[in-house]
Design a binder for this molecule. Structure first.
Ligand SMILES: Cc1ncc(COP(=O)(O)O)c(C=O)c1O
Length: 379
């Protein structure tokens, strides 16, 4: 995900410099960037230890394994280890088998079934359902609850404070891991380092990827000492994850975020963009709602979004549409005041001149099978 747009001069400089050194080292050897990058991610998240992967899905796989090994080590009273995973309806966690198994959308799952067993989906923001799902059943107890603090692919739905706190209380009471999937919402996107930081309670494990290395493939699992210490060398690993060049780029990205106060920019530009979108929502009767935080915004239409995507592309706006009727806006963190204005002007024209498609019935988040739409200003 191009959080710094493309060809950012500081990332280009690091890539040039590091490409003349060893771009890959066996993970049996130390490299100078992995430690400082891990330390920064630990500081940003308030957690303790980091494992690097090659993608978001792969980070999810490792997080699920970490929860299972922790439960195995903490099995008590002669009971079998807790092995069930809970995730939310309308979730998206990736395409590999473990990550897909905790992704609720039927069209992604069904062609590949049977998936990893012992997964159940909790109704979105429904505390009663969450409590019920934590009760041990024939498959045993819960070892992890996985939550996107703001559902991304699901159409930009933020989790409520009450639900998050209940998730924290229940996971603690059951010695289960609370895993925050911040692959889309993390590292500044919502105007905070992590979206969960608007809540009081911290998760045990956090996964990140998309913007981490400025568009190069890098993911990470960030965990508390309590959970991280449950796993031993040799139980998980990756050939390419955390190589010197990619870690140098990610370190530069996070340093630049701090030095250039990009989170403040995300908040300020996000507020301007949101205000502009709200105005458009009031003007066009086919816009149902504007949702989201920072520069992670969704505009839900009561008509098919695809024709708007096509018109936008023809008018210099890069838009990608999934979920049929929720337009998702994920502009780069470096977007400027003038570019927000330019986008809003062009986007208004797109909404006005696209022939209005046939109306679609509104869907509740928990039942939406639609795919959202990403949008950025083309320079
Ligand atoms: C919330 C979330 N989790 C996991 C993933 C999977 O990440 P990747 O595509 O890097 O495997 C994505 C990708 O869109 C995502 O948005």
């Amino acid at each position: 995900m191009n959080a710094l747009g493309y060809s950012h001069h500081r990332l280009v400089k690091v890539i040039r410099r590091e490409s003349a050194n060893a771009v890959h080292l066996s993970n049996l050897f130390h490299n100078p960037y992995q430690g400082p990058l891990a330390a920064k991610l630990a500081k940003w998240s308030g957690l303790d230890r980091v494992f690097f992967s090659n993608s978001g899905s792969e980070a999810m796989e490792g997080a699920l394994k970490l929860a299972r090994i922790y439960a195995r080590k903490h099995a008590t009273g002669g009971l079998p280890p807790r092995t069930r995973f809970l995730a939310l309806e309308n979730s998206f966690h990736g395409r590999t088998f473990g990550a897909l198994s905790i992704t609720s959308t039927a069209k992604y799952r069904e062609p590949f079934e049977p998936l990893v067993p012992s997964v159940e989906f909790v109704r979105f923001n429904d505390v009663e359902d969450l409590e019920a799902k934590f009760e041990p059943n024939a498959e045993g107890g819960v070892c992890a609850l996985v939550i996107e603090p703001v559902q991304g692919e699901g159409g930009i739905y933020p989790v409520s404070e009450e639900f998050w706190q209940s998730a924290r209380d229940l996971t603690q009471a059951h010695q289960a891991a609370l895993i925050a999937d911040e692959i889309q919402s993390g590292l500044g996107r919502t105007g905070r380092r992590f979206a969960y930081q608007k809540f009081k309670a911290r998760p045990d494990i956090v996964t990140v990827a998309k913007p981490l290395a400025g568009g190069l493939p890098l993911g990470a699992i960030i965990a508390s000492e309590e959970f991280a210490s449950a796993i031993a060398p040799g139980l998980h690993g990756s050939t390419f994850g955390g190589g010197p060049m990619i870690c140098a780029v990610a370190l530069e990205f996070l340093t630049l975020m701090e030095e250039e106060k990009l989170i403040e920019n995300v908040r300020a530009r996000g507020a301007e963009l949101r205000a502009g979108l709200e105005k458009l929502a009031a003007k066009f009767d086919f816009v149902r709602e504007v949702r989201g935080e920072g520069l992670m915004l969704g505009m839900e239409l009561n008509v098919d979004g695809a024709p708007y995507v096509e018109t936008a592309l023809r008018n210099g706006l890069i838009i990608n549409c999934t979920h049929e009727h929720t337009l998702r806006l994920l502009p780069p963190f470096i977007i400027r005041v003038q570019e927000v204005k330019e986008f809003l002007g062009k986007f208004e024209a797109v909404l006005a001149k696209t022939p209005k498609p046939k109306a679609k019935p509104a869907q509740h988040a928990a039942h939406a099978q639609a795919e959202p739409l990403s949008l950025a200003v083309a320079r």
